[in-house]
Design a binder for this molecule. Sequence first.
Ligand code: FES
Length: 125
Amino acid sequence: MADTDNNPTPVKPGDILCRLEEMTEAESRVFLLQFDDGEEVEFFIVRRGGAVHAYLNNCPHEDRWLQWEGDSFLTPEGGTILCQAHGATFDIESGQPLTGPALYSGCLTRVPIEIAAGEVRLAPR
Ligand code: FES
């Protein structure tokens, strides 16, 4: 994958990612999922309406991170997820490619999360 200047927050399965009320509409945040066996993988969450969606930080077009830096996973107007490498866009709610070179490469890979009592939590493994 491409090298970026990310600074993701490390989390483990079952951890609380944030309170739902802390996220504004069409805000995205990146995390580093760390498993007990040492495996690590980046993912991000994005809020759309009352829901939060989570996907691996991996573009199906060329197996790259989606963003250049930080928490910037969305188009400027916030309507879709954007891969900064070649400009592919993805639907926030389904992860399906909408435009660009990822159209025939498949969807973003969803990461299981749970929302309960106003908390957004990574699902236990
Ligand atoms: S790597 Fe994402 S559009 Fe090419």
